[in-house]
Write a protein that binds this ligand. Structure first.
Ligand SMILES: Cc1ncc(COP(=O)(O)O)c(C=O)c1O
Length: 495
């Protein structure tokens, strides 16, 4: 079923946004010009500026005006309610200080999809015990003295869970992409990367030095057209055939809340004998009846995905990432990946947390807690999305997805929404330019299995209130269509 929402702003909103940005841009440059004329800048003579010109201008003249909306420190576990540390007024270029007071907020910002990030009856005692056994950190890389029995056990159980021969873990999700992808490339490798892939994938692909072609976001038809063309043309200059082509996509796109069109992409990759690399950072644990991710949710055999990547930082409430695949591939990564060879291993307690959470998800703890969490997450997500659509908000993404970007379009609405929601006791993450195109600023809500109906209703009331205040309920006619289609296809919209 098609996803909800649209990325296109109403015309008046688009024009208003360009007008505001143009004014900010002109005023900023005018102030810089006058400053340079009348005050000597503290430039080091003979040195090139260490900060990039445009980035510097953007940071000083735009970001610093509103940076209280980002980098808000919290001082509690990221469960359904959190303590956000209050910060003093935004003050030009000065960093924002905390006042020492905290604001109790409903948490719609953390990726705590299955609610494992705080206390859990099964996981917490095991993590505490492992802390006693292994200490805080291994102080060595996996290939030296950093491999603990829990690392090996986690890799074994994760491979079983994903239906793959083997698995390798890494201390950081971002580094799993940015350091493992380059190992997959050699001379004559071509990456075909979705236009909205995460920064860690972009970093890995760029760091590999291999050729890359970007296809339009989640457009299998365009992917196929590019694939066909590159196979016909071969490598630049020589025309030799590509040694290998690797398609890289995500399970759930973190800024769009949308699932990959996996079935179609698998068909294409099989037809043209390309490899498929799937990043399941947001979908593992969160999608599918048993949490096995987007493959399970969309009825694709995980054997058809050559390289399965994911992180432990969302559904599993810990840190780190993994790659699962054929034994030969994983052995190769173990022998060649710098993050495995030269970077400190995941700490024992963090691994134990993932292992325990995985066992809960698989029902190996002897309860239905994992299954209940997965069901609850799906119900919470569909309830919340349905209510937001009823309210007239423009919500991106697919049904069942716990990631829900609510389109603000105007950066001014983005900032106002963040501040107004905080005032009302709801912590949300806001995303705008340069992380998104200028006209597609959005608030990103992440739903968790640990949200109660009261939590969700409270957040909905606050969104209604702020929506009326800021005029962000665009009331698209499509909203009603999405709701009717969801009801007709049997999606449960009530809790
Ligand atoms: C798709 C995707 N891949 C990788 C990562 C990096 O994961 P981590 O936050 O665990 O470093 C993220 C982070 O949110 C992500 O969204």
């Amino acid at each position: 079923m098609a996803g909800t929402g649209t990325l296109s702003p109403p015309l008046a909103t688009a024009l208003g946004t360009y007008f505001v940005w143009t004014c900010l841009f002109l005023l900023g440059h005018l102030r810089d010009f006058l400053r340079n004329m009348f005050f000597s800048r503290t430039k080091k003579k003979g040195y090139a500026p260490i900060r990039q010109d445009y980035e510097d201008f953007y940071t000083r003249r735009m970001y610093y005006r509103v940076h209280d909306c980002w980098n808000r420190p919290i001082c509690s576990a990221p469960t359904n309610w959190i303590d956000v540390m209050e910060r003093s007024e935004v003050n030009g270029q000065n960093p924002i200080d905390v006042t020492g007071r905290t604001i109790r907020c409903l948490n719609l910002g953390s990726y705590n999809y299955l609610g494992f990030a705080a206390h859990d009856a099964y996981c917490t005692p095991r993590v505490n015990a492992s802390m006693k056994a292994y200490g805080w950190g291994p102080c060595s890389s996996r290939s030296d003295a950093g491999t603990l029995p829990v690392h090996l056990q986690l890799e074994k159980e994760m491979a079983e869970y994903l239906g793959k021969e083997d698995c390798i873990t890494c201390g950081m999700g971002f580094a799993t992409n940015s350091t493992f992808i380059p190992v997959l490339a050699e001379k004559g490798t071509l990456f075909l990367s979705d236009a909205l892939n995460h920064a860690s994938i972009v970093s890995g692909v760029r760091g590999s030095g291999a050729k890359v072609k970007v296809f339009s976001h989640n457009e299998p038809a365009q992917l196929e057209a590019i694939l066909r063309a590159v196979i016909v043309e071969g490598q630049p200059r020589t025309g030799r055939p590509w040694k290998k082509i690797i398609i890289i996509i995500e399970g759930i796109y973190s800024m769009e809340g949308e699932m990959a069109k996996l079935k179609e992409i698998v068909e294409i990759k099989k037809k043209y004998k390309a490899y498929l690399y799937l990043d399941e950072a947001h979908s593992i644990g969160a999608l599918g009846a048993t949490g096995r991710g987007v493959c399970e949710a969309l009825g694709v055999d995980s054997k058809d995905v050559d390289i399965m990547m994911g992180t432990f930082t969302k559904s599993f409430g810990s840190c780190g990432g993994y790659i699962a695949g054929d034994k030969k591939l994983i052995d190769y990564l173990r022998a060649h990946c710098a993050a495995h060879l030269y970077s400190t291993a995941m700490s024992g307690p963090a691994v134990e947390m993932v292992l325990s959470a995985l066992r809960v998800v698989r029902g190996l703890d002897g309860t239905t807690s994992g299954k209940d969490k997965i069901e609850r997450l799906k119900k919470n997500s569909n309830y919340f999305r349905g209510k937001l659509l009823e309210m007239g908000l423009n919500v991106l993404g697919d049904w069942d997805s716990p990631v829900m970007p609510i389109m603000m379009f105007k950066p001014t609405s983005l900032v106002a929404c963040s501040r107004e929601m905080l005032k009302r006791g709801v912590a949300v993450v806001v995303v705008g330019f340069p992380a998104t195109p200028l006209l597609t600023a959005r608030v990103r809500v992440c739903i968790s299995a640990c949200h109660t109906k009261e939590d969700l209703d409270f957040a909905l009331d606050m969104f209604r209130d702020v929506g009326d205040l800021l005029g962000i309920a665009y009331r698209s006619k499509d909203n009603q269509k999405h709701l009717i289609a969801a009801r007709n296809s049997g999606i449960e919209l009530m809790l």
